[in-house]
Ligand binder design. Structure first.
Ligand code: SF4
Ligand code: SF4
Length: 433
């Protein structure tokens, strides 16, 4: 059973958030092309347009298939150039994409932007689905599924922890759009009949806490409060936040203990879906790292090519000869081979860092740091060893399936062993059985 969390304090300047967190969000909403990936969080997306066709903003160009079907909307107007253009994807693989060339006319499919006045709880759930809302904190999980609960919820919790180093998109959004986030929270509370709302923010993010508290006062929200989290990684771990709010733990879903948890950016998307009728066609992405001249948060059209945004905000820092690019945060993100990467709905960060001479991995020292830091009380080095010798019974007993892939074990290892990857493989092996 999950009881308490370990973790690490990544100091105020070691977390590198200061290089982007003071700058206002920049709008870059006119890319030359967009690339709609035909895969989302492991689900295949079916093509719904033909090459050569004209599309308007909001047209459904693809449909995520499977148990949690969801439309994918075009974020620009223009012409479909290809339905199988290969592009790099945040999964680290090349995937087929629908490539659309922008005509910069900004014509909209008004049907896709339709609003519902005074929406009922069912209307809000239906809007979450028809507007294509997914978890913007990185999961990409269809949001409407979380709202289809069969009992009254006690809490809706907005996760604003954003605990990985470098990333500041949610932080800026909370400062600049606090009221809209809280209106989104109210709609989600209405959808699941929750009596209370909580916004969880790390206690050192004082400007964001202030902005949310001011908005709570201005909107007279008596049943919403801020929960201050420790400045620790991984403070944003969902089970930890739910436990802080309810004093209860759960097996699979927070709804088991009366909670629905969304990211603050997802609540903002819900506000736009309900009040503006807007499908999920834009999001804020942190472009950061010492390999960029001008790290900052940028509101982009979903599907934009990473390289186009980097060019727009001031390009690469030529002080460094060799750079590498990660999509996602430094702890859980994936290293890319190219900057021609399509920004999908779940992608919240692009990190560019100077490449230092790589030091070789050394043998395990048996220091125990990886086990001591693991928030799930696992023994990563032992899991790695047992997975290598394929002792299935012992491996199952070590419970790699509980790993949340937080990256801390690799981060602290003095021998630079990639334990996260090893535990991830062991987890996949155990879960397949
Ligand atoms: S942190 Fe690295 S060196 Fe220390 S026990 Fe774990 S694997 Fe071995
Ligand atoms: S990546 Fe997995 S094994 Fe490593 S510290 Fe995080 S939860 Fe533990």
């Amino acid at each position: 059973m999950f009881k308490k969390i370990g973790g690490i304090h990544i100091g105020e300047y070691d977390d590198h958030k200061h290089i982007s967190d003071y700058k206002e969000i920049l709008d870059f909403l006119s890319p030359e092309y967009i690339y709609v990936p035909l895969v989302e969080s492991g689900s295949i997306c079916e093509v719904r347009v033909n090459e050569g066709a004209h599309v308007d903003i909001g047209d459904v160009v693809a449909f995520r298939t499977g148990r949690f079907a969801l439309p994918v909307h075009s974020s620009i107007s223009g012409t479909v150039v290809s339905c199988n253009k290969k592009m790099w994807h945040s999964s680290g693989k090349m995937v087929d994409c629908i490539q659309i060339k922008n005509d910069f006319k900004e014509t909209r499919n008004e049907e896709s932007f339709k609003k519902i006045e005074n929406p009922t709880p069912d209307d809000i759930k239906q809007l979450a689905q028809s507007k294509g809302i997914v978890g913007l904190g990185g999961s990409g999980f269809p949001t409407f599924v979380k709202y289809n609960v069969n009992k009254k919820m006690d809490y809706v919790i907005l996760n604003g922890a954003e605990c990985e180093p470098f990333i500041t998109a949610d932080y800026r959004l909370m400062i600049e759009n606090a009221k809209e986030i809280l209106k989104g929270l109210e709609y989600i509370m209405k959808a699941v009949d929750a009596k209370s709302g909580v916004v969880a923010i790390k206690k050192n993010k004082t400007e964001a806490i202030q902005a949310i508290n001011n908005a709570i006062t201005e909107l007279y929200l008596k049943n919403v409060k801020v929960l201050e989290l420790k400045d620790e990684y991984p403070a944003g771990y969902e089970k930890y936040i739910v436990q802080r709010v309810t004093n209860k733990t759960y097996k699979a879903l927070p709804a088991e203990v009366g909670c629905v948890v969304n990211n603050v950016s997802t609540a903002f998307a819900m506000y736009e879906a309900v009040e503006l009728g807007k499908p999920l066609i834009e999001r804020v992405v942190t472009f950061t790292g010492y390999g960029l001249n001008n790290p900052r948060n940028v509101r982009i059209k979903i599907g934009t090519n990473v390289s186009e945004v980097i060019e727009k905000i001031g390009s690469y820092n030529t002080k460094y000869n060799d750079l590498f690019l990660i999509t996602g945060g430094p702890m859980t993100g994936a290293t890319m081979y190219s900057d021609n990467v399509c920004i999908n709905r779940a992608m919240g960060c692009v990190l560019v860092l100077p490449k230092h001479e790589e030091k070789a991995t050394e043998p395990c020292l048996g220091c125990g740091k990886c086990s001591a830091i693991c928030p799930m009380n696992l023994t990563p080095t032992e899991i790695k060893r047992v997975f290598t010798i394929k002792d299935t019974k012992l491996l199952e007993a070590l419970k790699p399936n509980k790993c949340i892939q937080c990256g801390l074990c690799s981060y602290v290892c003095p021998s630079r062993i990639d334990l996260t990857e090893a535990v991830g493989k062991a987890k996949a092996f155990v879960m397949k059985r």
